[in-house]
Every structure is written in C-alpha cells, then in structure tokens.
Design a binder for this molecule. Structure first.
Ligand code: IMP
Ligand code: MG
Length: 179
C-alpha cells in the first residue's frame, strides 16, 4: 500500500493543524447563524469528520453522494446526485465540504442544484485546491491547501476505491493508474 505512494504531500499532523484553523475561522464567520455542514461522500469523509470536531458553534450535519469520476483519473463533466440530503435547507446557511476541487465541475453544478432550494447562503470548503486544472469559473470560499497537478490519494481520496483510509495525502505512482 505505502509502496504505491511516490511521496507524501501532507502529513496527518499538517492536515489536522490546517483543518483546526479552518474550523476556528468557520466558528467565527457563522456565529449566531443556522449552519448546515454538507459533506460530500465518500472523499470528504475524513475532512468533514475532523472539521466538525473543530467547530465550536452549534451546527447540523448531512451528507450527499455525487459522482463525476467513475474509475478514471480524468473528469467526465457530468454530476449525478446519487444520495441527496435529508433536511430542508430553506433559510439555512449551507457549507458544502469537499475533498478536492479539480476541474470545478462537481461543485459548480452542485452549488447550482442546491441554490434552487432557497437557502440563506451556500459556501464551499475544499481541503485541496488544484487551481491549474479549473475548467469552469468556480472557486471555493475556504480551502486547506493548494495541490499540485498530480493524482493524489489518502485521507478520503481514492483511486478506484482504494487508499481512502491512509491518514496522510500522497501522490500516487503514475504506474499504478497507467497500468
Ligand atoms: P471536479 O469536478 O473535476 O472538480 O472533480 C472533483 C472530484 O474529482 C473530487 O471530489 C474527487 O473525487 C475527484 N478527484 C479530482 N482529483 C483527484 C485526485 O487527485 N485524487 C483523487 N480524486 C480526485
Ligand atoms: Mg469526490
């Protein structure tokens, strides 16, 4: 497993420290507001779990499953809602939590989809931001780290459903996905 990783990009300690900062910032920004955190499964499972534990104001949480990638390392451009949230977001402040923004297509479409339900606001947080690869005009309100243009795995991120459980984020050896 560890042999499939070319190099570690963000250690467990670095991830936790940065997410604690984001949690503190969100606690300040949403003080006194009705906040719903929506984690995007499966990739954002780790960042969502760590983020909500560093938020000090009352919040609600929910999850969605959206799909745009399949088993490929290139985006398909389609976003399909496979599991919707189970609460009404009208007049609530929604913060979508994602693992990584690559082309931007997933979050651009998802934000558009949720805005039709008339929330008080929708913002987005992504742990990793691959700015170079953006195909649509979409930028997150909060992000953890800039990510180089490599295929990365771990801390929720997968390649063909593997490596999600690694506690750090690393670059996958290209020979693994070009096989
Ligand atoms: P976007 O729609 O192109 O922004 O794609 C975002 C989604 O692509 C993320 O939620 C990930 O599931 C997936 N993705 C993009 N880059 C990577 C990567 O380097 N490793 C693993 N998954 C990735
Ligand atoms: Mg994802």
């Amino acid at each position: 497993m560890r042999n499939d990783i070319e190099r570690v990009l963000f250690s467990e300690e670095e991830l936790h420290a940065r997410i604690r900062e984001l949690g503190a910032q969100i606690s300040k920004d949403y003080e006194g507001k009705d906040l719903l955190i929506v984690g995007i499964l499966k990739g954002a499972v780790m960042v969502t779990a760590d983020l909500i534990r560093s938020i000090s104001i009352p919040i609600n949480i929910d999850f969605m499953v959206v799909s745009s990638y399949g088993n490929s390392t290139e985006t398909s451009g389609n976003v399909e809602i496979k599991k919707d949230i189970s609460v009404d977001i009208r007049d609530k402040h929604v913060l979508i939590v994602e693992d990584i923004i690559d082309t931007g297509v997933t979050l651009y479409n998802l934000k558009d989809f949720l805005l039709k339900r008339n929330p008080a606001s929708i913002k987005t947080l992504t742990l990793l931001e691959k700015k170079e690869r953006r195909q649509v005009d979409f930028y997150p309100d909060y992000y953890g780290f800039d990510c180089p243009n490599d295929f990365v795995v771990g801390y929720g991120l997968d390649y063909a459903e593997n490596y999600r459980h690694l506690p750090f984020i690393g670059v996958l050896k290209p020979e693994i996905y070009s096989k």
